[in-house]
Design a binder for this molecule. Structure first.
Ligand code: ADP
Length: 398
């Protein structure tokens, strides 16, 4: 089987990331990766680099809209400098209750997923836009949707079900989780020695935790949308519903329509809350760590809340799993923030978790627990694009 190229498109609320892999005969080689960041700003960032890390494109263009962002990517992909894809894989956070399987994209499937935009309101609109554009850009080339929710489909009903009236459950309102492709990649990288009882914490701008038994998800912290679960960069995480009602009533006092009030509440809960809301400074862990060094009490409280929530969640998952063999950190904070890992693990000594301070301080260290730790603690990068390529190759039947 000759090798062929696969394009991966992975969009966030303000960015489009992409990579091109060469696949075939079991090989997976990343040829290039790139991104357009800062959609909606005058000073975006557009870069492409090859496998050795050499920058092929490095620009700071204005990126007022997602259309401009996609046209930058599309022009580069069509420039003839990169190998033409045989298939395209799209990351999708949620396809709603009816689109649960990774599959080939048709215009009808896009419409169906779009009807569940509320299930991932920050992510779905841009992903849908990119799918429609990609179908036009590469006519006749198969495009596939690879879902974050796919990994979480193995959760038992007791974890999926929400304590709400049946009429809303019947509309598909339940726990779907997110970051599933990242978790899948953790399990993939641990093969063939996947532990029985694993907790993985994907701590990035969005943050979540999953309980995984023999490589299958049994619970995850994000709920219907990525706003639920643990506190993250700009999102509340799980919160007393009374707090949201209080804020909604305040917003409604000065808002004309119910839907405008709902939009404002959504912005509060998912764009202005979390680390940003508590610190009143930044959603970025690096900024918060700097501020803590300067004695900023609000930044300290924000990070303490982050650490405290994660510890509580880990404790509850240990109960669900009946013990713990391995704890994995991933995502921008999980991989890079030594202090967060140390602070989280310091509160978990009752579980027999002992970090090795030296190993924890080394960038790129795989195992960071001490020899006498009852639980192995690891840092593993999230290889989401590679997982998408694996799914696409499988769906192509290669
Ligand atoms: P996204 O969810 O947008 O993909 P990332 O996984 O890139 O986010 O994670 C972004 C978070 O990782 C930010 O809070 C950022 O501050 C944090 N981060 C990245 N590098 C470091 C570092 N060296 N030290 C501490 N935090 C870091």
């Amino acid at each position: 089987m000759p090798s062929f190229s696969i394009l991966v498109l992975n969009s966030g609320s303000s960015s489009i990331k992409f990579s091109i892999y060469e696949a075939g005969n079991g090989a997976r080689t990343r040829l290039v990766e790139g991104a357009v960041d800062g959609i909606g700003t005058d000073l975006g960032k557009f870069w492409i680099e090859d496998a050795s890390g050499k920058k092929l494109v490095d620009q700071t263009p204005p990126v007022p809209s997602r259309a401009v962002a996609f046209s930058l990517v599309a022009d580069a992909l069509k420039s003839g400098k990169f190998s033409a894809p045989a298939a395209v894989g799209h990351r999708m956070v949620s396809g709603g209750p009816t689109v649960q399987e990774n599959q080939r994209i048709t215009p009808e499937l896009i419409d169906e997923m779009e009807s569940y935009t509320e299930f991932a309101p920050l992510h779905t609109p841009i992903a849908i836009y990119i799918m429609r554009e990609a179908l036009k850009l590469f006519p006749g080339i198969p495009n596939f949707v690879i879902l974050d929710t796919y990994f979480h489909r193995t959760m038992p009903e007791v974890a999926k079900h929400m304590p709400i009236p049946e009429e809303y459950s019947a509309m598909g309102v339940r726990r779907y989780g997110a970051h599933g492709i990242s978790y899948e990649s953790i399990v993939y990288q641990l093969q063939p020695n996947v532990p029985e009882r694993l907790i993985a914490a994907h701590l990035g701008n969005g943050a979540s935790i999953s309980a995984i038994r023999y490589g299958k998800c049994i619970d995850t912290s994000m709920g219907l949308t990525p706003t639920g679960g643990i506190i993250s960069g700009t999102r509340t995480g799980d919160i007393d519903p009374g707090v949201l009602l209080f804020i909604l009533r305040k917003i409604a006092e000065t808002t004309e329509s119910a839907s405008a009030a709902a939009d404002q509440l959504e912005a509060v809960a998912s764009k202005k809350a979390g680390l940003l809301g508590v610190s009143d400074l930044s959603n970025d862990m690096r900024d918060l760590r700097e501020a803590i060094k300067e004695g900023n009490a609000k930044a300290r409280l924000a990070v303490d809340k982050f650490v405290w929530t994660i510890q509580k969640w880990i404790g509850s998952y240990v109960a669900e799993l009946g013990g713990l063999d391995m704890l994995v950190f991933t995502g921008g904070i999980g991989e890079n923030d030594i202090d967060s890992r140390a602070e989280i693990c310091a509160g978990l000594s009752a579980l027999g978790i002992v970090l090795d301070e030296k190993r924890n301080n080394v960038r790129g260290a795989a195992v960071i627990s001490a020899e006498n730790s009852a639980v192995v603690v690891r840092v593993i990068p999230p290889l989401e694009d590679l997982m998408i390529v694996n799914h696409v190759v499988r769906l192509l039947g290669e």
